[in-house]
Write a protein that binds this ligand. Sequence first.
Ligand code: PEP
Length: 253
Amino acid sequence: MLNVATGAKWVLGNWKMNGRLASNQRLLEALLADPQVNAGHVGLAVPSAYLGQMTHLLAGQALRLGAQCVSHFADDGAYTGEVSAAMLADLGVAFTLVGHSERRQYFAESDDSLSAQIRHAYAQGIMPVVCVGEGLSARETGVQDAVVAGQIAGVAAALAGRDRVMLAYEPVWAIGTGLTASLGQIVAMHEKIRACLLEKLGSSCTISILYGGSVKADNASDILSLSEVDGVLVGGASLDAGQFKNVCYGAAK
Ligand code: PEP
């Protein structure tokens, strides 16, 4: 489970469907050599195919291993292609993304499926990082708050009663596009998400809200300096050791 005691902000990378054995090893070795990156508040969500390799390379290291998705089936069985939360736990996975916009878009993940994924992850001691965010047309028509509130409502029952929850606000129009939400847009949405979660989950729950969407070396420290932002979820820039390290330097303060 992800747990941070240092007060540093989270930096979670998402490699998406990228990597090969040799390039993964090179990238990871460059990151592990840097104590500001090889730290408990930094994690990498890697493709399922490479989780085993990462388990091996990360043995005894502080940097945390993450998955990009988890099956909504809990038990072993005839679910071809699926990877269960129990399997992820077996590999030492500390967190898993749930409901990334690319999963919602290409794999039609429903609220029921996402809720099951969240429950199974918690049951295995894996922190689900629930991704929410509006598309461009919702932002352009001003209904982004309602869209995000609806996504949270869809999984609220699975989050209820937890000591700690993590969400990532990722406006879909900012993912992989080079567009970043303005600092004002980020603050406004994070405040709304926090208020919505407090209302649904109560104040005893520790809430972490990350921002994701074209976070890079040159914008990370401004975003991470916002008190409403508890960390960042980094896609493309997590594939480049120099970029990812620089994002981490903004979080380690
Ligand atoms: C992501 O994959 O969650 C993401 C935010 O990607 P990028 O940083 O490339 O926009």
